[in-house]
Design a protein around this ligand. Structure first.
Ligand code: GCW
Length: 726
């Protein structure tokens, strides 16, 4: 029989263990990829033997303290024992077996005495290395700057979470892109435009006095993947964010984020001098307007000394802009750039511009407008370009501005939130989509001129580089609205750090930290993630179809919509399906959008013999009986793609049912429920689209194909008031 004391002891041990693993045990998703789950006992012992003491450089700045605390948190959760804290005396006191020393290269005498390969590491880069010394082995985590030290700590924790040990450590890396930013489309009333994870995490009303602990966890999560800036408010901006009240609120967030290396930026409403400044113009060449922005910038920098700068959506979808005054985008951007330049700030000017009065093919318009401005932007301006020329669709060819504006730093804008890809309910791993874009060859300077090289500045020799991700973060407990949507946040950060990383490797890295290191699970789940992107393309918009989502909210299929105010708002604009065929002619006989690409690319897209099936109907209008490479007609092929998409969704669900055994019950079931929704919605997409296209084509169903279970009218009658994010 167990004695009372022994029972008590057991209970205490269990409670202690529970407390140690913290919120992670509930697996509610809050801890993201920073769960720091307990390591197997044998591994944990070895790790703690090499992590007995943490010594941190002097002076102990907030950033170094943050790095140290994160390291101790991670180690204690993973190993069950917390390393002892030792503060460096600054003397040349040699570390001993089991020490971890963190600091910048120049920090202390012995760190600089070590002769570490600091020259191989660039700004914000890190080095994590085991050093064999007389008194035993110890570990150094160092960088030139504090951000590098923070990133080094996270690199070590990532390595340990993924099952790596402390022996023979030699991890080092430097980010390839300078500005690695989230863009929040968060309104000041906490509504998130295109947000599917609840309200905004910024509690604007209660800031700056009341501070949600989430703000720190947000910063930790971002720092762990190398994100170094965040635009707090929606590009459809309210001018009030530039008033003193809101500047104070933003300043509070900046204070919280600073130790983690994250700078705050704001979206500026172009007409702010009129809206809140008492001027009667916002003309960028007007001296009063220029003075107003200069003083506004000074005011912001007084409150936020490391303020990053402004993001601007101008003359786009109803937003005010310089064109109202007959000025160009360069005039507008340069005026703001002059206001922030004395403080080292930047302006990110969005190229997502199309006009209600312009009959030009919508996908051509941004290039047409910006290309002539190449070379006219100030040195601290980046032009921020969406990955494709339309609007974050499941698949688009890369935007021809990449490779087309050599004199201008182009910042990539990806959408992490899944406005057009099933909101947060569908499992779609965007790493695969982004990798496809970054790997695309622009041919700007011969073969191998990839979009990645444009973005990281190598192709045209730009120092100022950037990548932005429209955040998928909200107040939901799991931050992103579903377990697998966290992977998209993670992958964005990793690709912004290095646009040439493999999306499959990133998926595996994320899976190990988030779910399990079991190789059978990691390989299987990575396969599932990788196939998820093509699945959504197939059940939504195969063969180069695009923008056939429901009006406004963009939820569900509505390829039939043809009654909206502007031609390019209507799905039918993008395919014009009729008895004669389907697709948009963008060859020389049509809108000639292919001419915006460099020769070999334009030729490849423009020629039916070479255009990839993925972009077929994006660039070509074809009869339904057009013969595909595999001998099927276009109509048969379209049906086959939709069917394949549904099969893939079903297969993903099946795969999860067996992979789920490696995962805690809570998350296993939650993911399974989401996959049930995805399968049902994939069928709906397939049925609704095929019912419509069959009606337009007037063709019979190919042999063996299951006709949709409902009439076209049924699908057309579905309505979705209160769909989120609209
Ligand atoms: O994708 C579209 C969205 C709008 C968004 C716009 C943009 C912020 O439907 O909600 O507005 O793009 O990128 O500016």
């Amino acid at each position: 029989m167990m004695t009372v004391t022994r029972r008590l002891h057991l209970l205490m041990t269990t409670l202690a263990l529970l407390a140690m693993s913290g919120a992670g045990l509930a697996e509610d998703g809050y801890d993201l990829w920073l769960r720091y789950a307990p390591l197997p006992a044998a591994v944990a012992d070895k790790v703690s033997a090499q992590a007995r003491t943490v010594t941190v450089g002097q002076p102990l700045t907030p950033a170094l303290a943050a790095a140290r605390d994160e390291l101790r948190l991670g180690l204690s959760r993973m190993t069950g024992s917390s390393p002892v804290l030792a503060e460096s005396t600054g003397e040349s006191q040699a570390p001993r077996e089991g020490d971890i020393v963190i600091g910048t290269f120049g920090d202390s005498q012995w760190l600089s005495a070590l002769d570490l390969p600091a020259d191989d590491i660039g700004p914000e880069g890190y080095l994590v290395r085991t050093i064999a010394a007389k008194d035993g082995r110890y570990t150094v985590i160092a960088g030139h700057d504090e951000r590098g030290v923070v990133y080094g700590v996270f690199a070590l924790l990532r390595h340990l979470q993924a099952g790596g040990g402390m022996a023979g450590l030699d991890l080092s890396d430097t980010p390839r892109v300078k500005l690695r930013l989230l863009n929040h489309w968060d309104n000041l009333d906490r509504y998130v435009e295109r947000g599917y994870a609840g309200q905004s995490i910024w509690d604007w009303w209660r800031l700056p006095n009341i501070v949600d602990p989430r703000y720190t966890d947000y910063a930790r999560a971002n720092a762990s993947i190398g994100i170094n800036g965040t635009v707090l408010n929606n590009v459809n901006a309210a001018a009030e964010v530039l008033t003193p009240r809101y500047i104070a609120k933003a300043a509070k967030l900046a204070d919280i984020f600073r130790p983690w290396g994250i700078q705050v930026y704001l979206s500026a409403r172009w007409s702010a001098p009129r809206d809140i400044g008492g001027l009667d113009t916002a003309d960028p060449l007007d001296p009063d307007v220029r003075r107003w922005w200069r003083e506004k910038a000074d005011e912001i920098y007084a409150a936020i000394p490391d303020f990053g700068g402004f993001l601007v959506k101008a003359n786009s979808e109803g937003q005010p802009g310089p064109r109202e005054y007959g000025r160009s985008h360069a005039d507008g951007a340069n005026m703001l750039a002059a206001a922030v330049a004395p403080h080292g700030g930047v302006v990110m000017w969005r190229a997502f511009v199309y006009s209600e009065t312009d009959p030009e093919d919508r996908v051509r318009q941004a290039y047409t407008e910006f290309k002539p401005l190449d070379g006219e932007f100030a040195d601290n301006v980046l032009v921020q370009v969406k990955n494709g020329p339309l609007d974050f669709q499941p698949r688009e060819p890369f935007h021809p501005m990449f490779g087309g504006m050599p004199e201008t730093p182009l910042m990539m804008e990806f959408q992490v939130t899944k406005e057009y890809l099933g909101f947060s309910t569908h499992l779609v791993y965007l790493g695969a989509l982004w990798e496809e874009v970054l790997d695309a060859d622009t041919w700007a300077d011969g073969q191998g001129s990839t979009v990645a090289k444009v973005v990281d500045g190598r192709l045209h020799g730009h120092e100022l580089t950037g990548m932005a991700g429209v955040a998928n973060i909200g107040r939901d407990r799991d931050w992103s609205g579903s377990d697998f949507d966290q992977a998209n946040w993670y992958a964005f950060g990793r690709l912004a750090w290095n646009p040439e990383l493999s999306s499959r490797d990133i998926a595996k890295e994320w899976l190990r930290q988030t779910f399990s290191t079991d190789p059978a699970f990691v390989d299987g789940a990575a396969d599932l993630m990788m196939r998820s992107r093509e699945a959504v393309v197939d059940y939504m918009t195969p063969l180069g179809l695009t923008h056939i989502m429901g009006t406004g909210h963009h939820y569900g299929p509505a390829p039939w919509v043809d009654d909206l105010g502007r031609p390019e708002w209507n799905p039918v604009y993008y395919h014009h399906a009729g008895p004669d065929g389907i697709g948009f002619d963008r060859t020389a006989s049509g809108s000639n959008a292919v001419e915006q690409y460099h020769g070999p690319v334009g030729e490849r897209f423009g020629d039916l013999a070479t255009v990839p099936d993925e972009y077929l109907l994006w660039f070509h209008r074809l009869p339904w009986d057009h013969e595909m490479a595999d001998g099927k007609t276009l109509w048969e092929s379209l049906v086959a793609h939709y069917d394949h998409g549904v099969k893939e969704a079903e297969a993903m669900r099946e795969a999860w049912l067996s992979l789920g055994k490696h995962v805690d019950e809570t998350r296993r079931d939650r993911v399974a429920d989401f996959l049930d929704v995805q399968v049902a919605e994939a069928r709906w997409w397939r049925n609704a689209c095929l019912a419509y296209f069959q009606d337009r084509a007037g063709l019979d169903w190919p042999a063996g194909v299951q006709p949709p279970p409902h009439s076209l009218e049924h699908y057309q009658s579905l309505e979705f008031p209160y769909a989120p994010g609209n």
